[in-house]
Design a protein around this ligand. Structure first.
Ligand code: NAP
Length: 546
């Protein structure tokens, strides 16, 4: 147990923990496990009514992994790996929520996770070297170490349409999906948004509804998921292959089982190229995005050629050529935005009761009591589904009033873009660790793999300071500036930086999110891990410890 002695007047009023973790999702759960193993007193505050974060909230129809299930589960426990059977190659949300609850119970973590508890503010108190954490309900707590595990996609955003509150039917943001089943039969349903979430919802509810109208602003390059059940013998084979698989996941840039093809697009014959792309289109998961020729995401000509290949696939699958053209992105190349993975998505638009409205042609003017009014006509609906995404990466930090040394807020510190050291801390915010924070490899990763690295590194730091009688650590401003520059430089050559999406921090529904920013470390998870390890090996270089 660390020394958490505080002034008696403060101790009398508040409960003190060695560490407070904000968020009870994949990151918060594992962080709790690691800190408890160090003998620390820990409290996890979770806004939701249950554990799981993303997999608690996103219970919309069709929500599922698009990383292979067995690459996504925690790797820290051999017993857990041995005992848990994933039922499908890309598991659906209920199974993942069950899995995370299983982990929480199996490792007796639930007693330290406080649900229905939203952290409203956290302020650094230099006099006692502690964080003062206050919940929405006004209850306050103190801790030596504050660890955010708030997730990159947990600040959901609604469009700023006039009349959005006047709609008389039911409406949901996909992240806030109700726990009870929704009866779609015979209903006139609208879906706004065609990102990875919208695509999953649309393809799942299309056969269930009376009519479906999809409002698409920007078309995305979607490719087949090719999901299937895991048969018994296959299960045994997957488990036997775990050591080799986890070894591979440590070596690939995004910790996926798909590794970049070392060949360039123009280094092979047109026949070889076409055959390779046909093979990738028929393969499950992100193979087509991650295991494509090495230059597809960096070279405009290579990217254009591959985009044309996928455009032809869309044309082959959608019967009405006008609709097909609307579904083909015209303002960005393949893979420069997150690639939605689909199962029969394009075929949905061949159904007679499904309509695609391209809002670049006929913009949405407002939501009315009966539905949606576009520039050319009004539509009546029973249900409106907002698959309109998130204030990504930064939004969940902005929603908490985090104040460091001298009362400076993290929001102010990051006003013109994130400034971090290793994507794990910020100068002026002592004893604060940001798991899956901006500038971190995790936000472009098969996330549990990078989460485990983040959490292990953070836990080692906490152990180190405890063992050396250190009660305060902080990133040096110079180290922060150098890391932030390094992150910007790594992203410079990548095509995605020239495109609007959550990956570049653009969100038209949020004030101030109209400037593209580098939010992710693009050097790849192995290089990121090496940098973090080198900092630790050098006695936490770039930080002031005291
Ligand atoms: P998203 O990719 O940001 O998509 C939001 C959609 O809503 C876009 O089509 C956007 O159009 C549209 N939209 C937003 N505001 C609008 C407005 N005011 N008017 C009209 N259209 C509007 O969000 P998402 O689909 O929720 O996905 C976010 C991320 O979550 C994904 O990229 C992925 O990383 C993750 N995710 C993962 C899984 C999985 O692992 N299985 C599943 C779902 C999501 P524009 O494109 O024009 O802005």
């Amino acid at each position: 147990m660390l020394d958490t002695t505080v002034a008696p007047s403060v101790a009398a009023k508040t409960t003190t923990f060695d560490a407070i973790v904000i968020g009870g999702g994949i990151a918060g759960i594992y962080q709790l496990y690691r800190l408890r193993a160090l003998g620390l007193s820990v409290r996890v505050f979770e806004t939701g009514g249950g554990v799981g974060g993303t997999w608690y909230w996103n219970r919309y129809p069709g929500a599922r992994f698009d990383s292979e299930s067995y690459t996504y589960g925690y790797a820290f426990s051999d017993d857990l790996l041995r005992d848990w059977n994933w039922s499908e190659h890309f598991a659906p949300q209920p199974e993942t929520e069950r899995y995370l609850n299983h982990v929480v119970d199996r490792f007796d973590l639930r007693r330290d996770i406080q649900c229905h508890s939203r952290v409203a503010s956290a302020a650094w108190d230099e006099s006692v070297r502690q964080w003062d954490v206050v919940l929405d309900d006004g209850k306050s707590y103190r801790c030596r170490f504050l660890i955010t595990a708030v997730g990159p996609l947990s600040a959901d955003t609604l469009p700023r349409f006039e009349g959005i509150g006047d709609f008389k039917g039911r409406s949901f943001h996909t992240y806030r999906w109700p726990h009870e089943a929704i009866d779609f039969s015979g209903k006139r349903v609208a879906v706004i948004g065609t990102g990875a979430t919208g695509v999953q919802v649309i393809q799942t509810i299309a056969p269930l509804v009376g009519s479906l109208t999809v409002f698409q602003r920007t078309a995305n390059w979607c490719t087949p998921l090719h999901n299937k059940k895991i048969a018994e013998e296959e299960q045994a084979k997957i488990k036997a292959g775990y050591p080799a698989m986890f070894d591979l996941l440590r070596r690939t840039p995004g910790c996926y089982i798909h590794d970049t093809d070392p060949r360039g697009t123009f280094e092979v014959t047109p026949e070889e190229r076409e055959a390779n792309w046909e093979r990738l289109y028929a393969e499950p998961g992100f193979s087509i995005w991650m295991a494509n020729f090495r230059d597809v995401l960096t070279d405009l000509k290579a990217n254009a050629l591959f985009s044309a290949f996928v455009a032809n696939k869309i044309r082959q699958r959608v019967k009405d050529p006008v609709v097909a053209e609307r579904l083909i992105p015209k303002n960005h190349g393949f893979g420069t935005r997150r690639v939605p993975q689909e199962t029969g998505y394009y075929e949905v638009y061949n159904l007679p009761h499904v309509e695609l409205v391209a809002t670049v042609e006929t913009p949405i003017l407002q939501v009315t009591p009966n539905g949606i009014a576009c520039s050319d006509q009004s539509y009546d609906f029973d249900i409106i589904i907002y698959a309109t995404g998130f204030d990504a990466v930064l939004g969940s930090f902005d929603r908490i009033d985090i104040r460091g040394v001298g009362g400076v807020t993290l929001k102010e510190h990051w006003a013109v873009g994130p400034k971090t050291y290793l994507g794990m801390m910020s100068a002026g915010f002592p004893n604060l660790l940001t798991i899956v924070g901006p500038h971190n490899a995790s936000t472009r990763c098969n996330i549990p793999r990078c989460i485990e690295q983040n959490v292990d590194w953070a836990s080692d730091l906490v152990r180190y300071v405890g063992a050396h009688g250190i009660t305060r650590f902080e990133a040096m401003p110079d180290a922060e500036a150098e890391w932030s520059r390094h992150v910007e430089e790594l992203a410079a050559g990548m095509l995605y930086t020239q495109v609007d999406s959550w990956l570049t921090g653009i969100n038209t529904n949020v004030e101030g999110r109209n400037v593209r920013r580098v939010l992710q470390y693009q050097g790849g998870a192995p290089q990121y891990r090496e940098r973090c390890d080198a900092v630790a090996a050098a006695g936490y270089a770039g930080m002031v410890l005291g």
